[in-house]
Design a protein around this ligand. Structure first.
Ligand SMILES: [Zn+2]
Length: 201
C-alpha cells in the first residue's frame, strides 16, 4: 500500500530527507490499524520524469510487524503508477483541455517535446473519465466554478487549489487518484486480497 507524507516538494529536498527513517516513520499501520510504529524496510526505486529531471528516485518502505505488509511513502509530487510527475502532467492537461492547444503544442508547453503523443492522449482519456469524481471530491475545498464540462471545471479547481495540494487531499483522505486508479487497484488503490487457492488432494 502506498501513502503520502509530508516530504518537501522539491526532488532535492526529498532526497536529502529520505536518509532518516525516523523522520516520517508512520506511528501505526494504515492497513491493519495496529498501533505500533512500523519498521524501516529498505527502499525501492522508481523512475520519474519531471521538469528538468529524468532519472530514478528512491521510495522508503516500512513493514508492519503485525500484518507483515509493507507501506511505501511516496513524495507528494508523484502519482502512484505513473512515471511522470504531477507538475508536467498538469501543464499538459491545462494546455490541451483548458487552453485548447494541439497535442503537439501541449506536449511542448509541458517541456516534453520528445514524448510520444499517445501518452498525452492516455492522460487526457483518464482525466476525462475521472473529472466528475474530482469535482465532487474537491467541492469540499472550493465552490465549483462555472464551466462548460466536468474536465474544464476540475482543471479550474485544481489550478485554484494547487495540483499537489489537491492531490494530497484526494489521496490521503479519500484514496482518489487524479487520473483514476489502474483497474487492478480500483476503487481505492489497494490490491484486492484473494484467498490462496487450496490445492486439491
Ligand atoms: Zn499492519
Amino acid at each position: 500500500m502506498q501513502i503520502l507524507h509530508r516530504f518537501a516538494e522539491s526532488i532535492q529536498r526529498y532526497s536529502e530527507e529520505l536518509s532518516d527513517p525516523d523522520r516520517y516513520r508512520p506511528d501505526h499501520c494504515p492497513q491493519c490499524e495496529a498501533r505500533r510504529p512500523l519498521r524501516a524496510h529498505g527502499f525501492y526505486t522508481r523512475t520519474l520524469v519531471d521538469i528538468a529531471f529524468d532519472s530514478t528516485i528512491r521510495v522508503r518502505r516500512y513493514l508492519c510487524c503485525c500484518c507483515k505488509r509493507t507501506v511505501s511513502l511516496l513524495p507528494g509530487f508523484v502519482l502512484p503508477y505513473l512515471r511522470f510527475g504531477i507538475v508536467v502532467i498538469a501543464l499538459f492537461l491545462v494546455a490541451r483541455l483548458l487552453l485548447g492547444l494541439t497535442l503537439k503544442a501541449a506536449t511542448e508547453s509541458a517541456k516534453l517535446a520528445s514524448m510520444p503523443y499517445q501518452r498525452g492522449q492516455f492522460w487526457v482519456r483518464r482525466f476525462r473519465q475521472q473529472a466528475e469524481k474530482l469535482c465532487a471530491a474537491l467541492a469540499v475545498l472550493l465552490a465549483p466554478p462555472a464551466a462548460p464540462d466536468f474536465p474544464s471545471r476540475a482543471l479550474r479547481m485544481l489550478e485554484s487549489i494547487g495540483w499537489i495540494a489537491a492531490h494530497r487531499f484526494l489521496f490521503a483522505g479519500l484514496r482518489v487518484h487524479l487520473l483514476g486508479w489502474p483497474a487492478f487497484l480500483a476503487p481505492a488503490g489497494r490490491v484486492a486480497a484473494l484467498s490462496p487457492v487450496v490445492p486439491s488432494a
